[in-house]
Design a protein around this ligand. Structure first.
Ligand SMILES: [Zn+2]
Length: 608
């Protein structure tokens, strides 16, 4: 038969075929919502179901009349599954190419090869499709479907991409270098240029106010939020964290209060309201079929499960807020909660730090050289080396994260000289009188081994049995205060701990800013006490407030971690400023963490 066609007929046939293919490609017989619930199987073997809060979003992901869809949702909203399901539809029904962009190439590949691929394998309709290419960064099927995994740090790959479906996740963690040409997200979204139907999706937890890409997209959109109806008064509103009420210390009593009639809704009632909710845009009408779509969901709209450790989701949320207030750095805990649970950007708090003379004037009437306060349950020490001396702080620790300044010494001599270490030994082996225990000794000491590493580690090695360890401030800003994973240095395998100095300093500065009650009788969690002794006055740093000048020498700014994308406080010491007291306290705090003591038990044993 073919023989009877001439060339032009053949090329015409080809064109017709291609047009047919193209029209088929973008006109699937079945909608995403119907297809997903009928064909997708979750990796755990259960059939895929949309949550009530996902139905409208699912419809809009494949609505070619919308320019883009941005989702700003709490952690646990199930958006990963939703996007994975959307890409399943792209592969099996649209049979076209999709670009998946994450902040880095490795995160993108991990997501495609783990999260997404699991769903591909579990879903028979996709699993049976014949693959042409199965690389970590590219999956391609014979049908023409393809998934490209792309890191926003790889502008070459972005430039080479051409796909009608573009999905960018964690967009607030995209780091923009000053050398970058243009906005990476904008460049990525240009890669659908020329396609008849274009689908552009973006999602992220927000970051800092004024720096958030997802905020910028949401603000430009029609701003749909999840509205629920109070069954008592029929008021329709978006449940917010200010509507959440509970008695302090009793998170299980948490309820949602209707702002119109005051009805107190328990978690069951909240769940029922959330399930019956709907998205309304910024004009409080149902979203229209055009323009840029934005969805916002905070955690109170959760229609999924709660952790089995709580009797309801409201209990879980209230408990998390209470835990955050007790955290070592409440500001950091709050930042994470606001970003991941409220799905809002965080307004950076201006660092507040007390004045040295205020702390000096607040010193208390106790003399640790004679008798420790009864609430002190454990002692640790921190040592900072300079070339002609070391400085040492001894801190007392107790329940409720309270701590006490016990001693601050300057020992003259170099870290290379044995005589200096002998003088230090004398201080570290000192016992302090205690009203209940009789006396307490220092249980753990962290010594700065950053500068004279070999000399210091050779000495700490001989004192391992007294729990005297070398330590080094980590340069990375997102390092945790104490991960208890020391490295082993040299042939002797000497322990050296790495300390998250930025986290430690954020903790110390926020604690120094705490206020006792007016009578000075009760103290908030984490309060740091200092005694009226010369060591915390004139004998440290030369002048009366010298110790506190050193303690408060550093300033901080909020910086973004290039690794996690998280915002963290970054501390800097001005050139020439003395800050040994602060460094010593960081090390003493790390020593306390290293012990991870159970204070209740220690207190009980003391009384025996
Ligand atoms: Zn009401």
């Amino acid at each position: 038969m073919d023989d009877s066609y001439n060339i032009s007929q053949l090329s015409l046939l080809k064109t017709v075929n291609q047009t047919l293919k193209d029209s088929l490609r973008f006109r699937p017989a079945i909608s995403f919502e119907d297809w997903a619930t009928r064909y997708i199987i979750n990796p755990d073997g259960t059939p895929f179901r949309f949550r009530e809060t996902q139905v409208q979003i699912a419809r809009d992901l494949f609505n070619p009349s919308l320019t883009s869809v941005a989702i700003r949702a709490f952690s646990g909203a199930g958006k990963t599954y939703l996007f994975a399901a959307g890409l399943c539809y792209v592969v099996e029904q649209l049979r076209t190419a999709a670009g998946v962009m994450f902040p880095s190439q490795s995160i993108a590949e991990d997501w495609v090869n783990e999260e997404l691929y699991k769903m591909f394998l579990a879903t028979p309709a996709i699993e049976k499709m014949e693959m042409e290419t199965d690389l970590k960064r590219l999956k391609r099927w014979n049908s023409g479907a393809a998934i490209h995994a792309i890191g926003s740090n790889s502008s070459g790959m972005i430039r080479r991409l051409q796909a009608p479906v573009l999905y960018a996740d964690e967009i607030d963690a995209i780091t923009q270098e000053t050398t970058d040409e243009g906005d990476k997200l904008a460049q990525f979204f240009k890669r659908a240029r020329g396609e008849k139907n274009q689908y552009k999706w973006a999602s992220s937890y927000p970051s800092l106010k004024g720096h958030s890409k997802i905020d910028a997209m949401f603000d430009q959109s029609d701003q749909c939020r999840w509205f629920v109806t109070c069954p008592k008064c029929e008021h329709e509103w978006e449940m917010q964290i200010k509507d959440l009420q509970w008695k302090t210390g009793e998170p299980e009593s948490a309820v949602i209060v209707c702002p119109s009639c005051g009805e107190r809704h328990d978690d069951q009632s909240r769940l029922a309201m959330a399930k019956g909710g709907r998205f309304l845009d910024k004009t409080l009408s149902e979203p229209r079929d055009s323009g840029e779509r934005g969805f916002h969901l905070n955690c109170l709209a959760n229609v999924g499960d709660h952790s089995a450790a709580y009797n309801g989701y409201l209990h879980e949320i209230a408990a998390e807020i209470e835990r955050g207030k007790k955290a070592d750095s409440p500001e950091k805990a709050k930042r994470v909660f606001v970003n991941t649970m409220l799905a809002e950007s965080y307004a950076e708090q201006v660092e507040s730090k007390p004045e040295p003379h205020v702390l000096y004037a607040r010193r208390e009437e106790y003399n640790p050289g004679e008798m420790l306060p009864a609430d002190v349950l454990m002692l640790t020490a921190g040592v900072d080396w300079q070339k002609n001396r070391c400085e040492l702080i001894v801190m007392g620790w107790g329940d409720n994260a309270e701590s006490w300044g016990v001693a601050y010494k300057t020992i003259l001599g170099s870290p290379m000289e044995l005589s200096t270490w002998q003088k230090l030994d004398k201080e570290l082996s000192k016992r302090y009188a205690h009203p209940i225990a009789g006396s307490l000794g220092i249980v753990c000491t962290m010594i700065d081994s950053g500068k004279w590493q070999d000399a210091v580690l050779a000495q700490t090695h001989m004192r391992t049995r007294q729990r005297v360890y070398g330590c080094k401030g980590a340069r990375t800003i997102d390092r945790v205060l104490m991960d208890n994973k020391p490295t082993r240095i040299g042939a002797a395998k000497i322990l050296q701990y790495h300390i998250g100095t930025h986290e430690a300093k954020e903790t110390i500065y926020s604690r120094l800013d705490l206020q006792p009650d007016e009578a000075g009788k009760s103290h908030p969690r984490g309060f740091i006490h200092f005694p009226k002794t010369a060591e915390f006055g004139p004998s440290a740093g030369g002048e009366a407030t010298g110790f506190f000048e050193m303690l408060l020498a550093e300033d901080s700014v909020i910086r973004r971690s290039s690794k996690t994308g998280e915002f963290v406080r970054f501390f800097e010491c001005q050139r020439g400023q003395r800050n040994e007291a602060l460094d010593c306290m960081v090390y003493a705090m790390a020593a306390e963490r290293r012990m991870s003591p159970k204070y209740e038990e220690i207190a009980r044993n003391m009384l025996k």
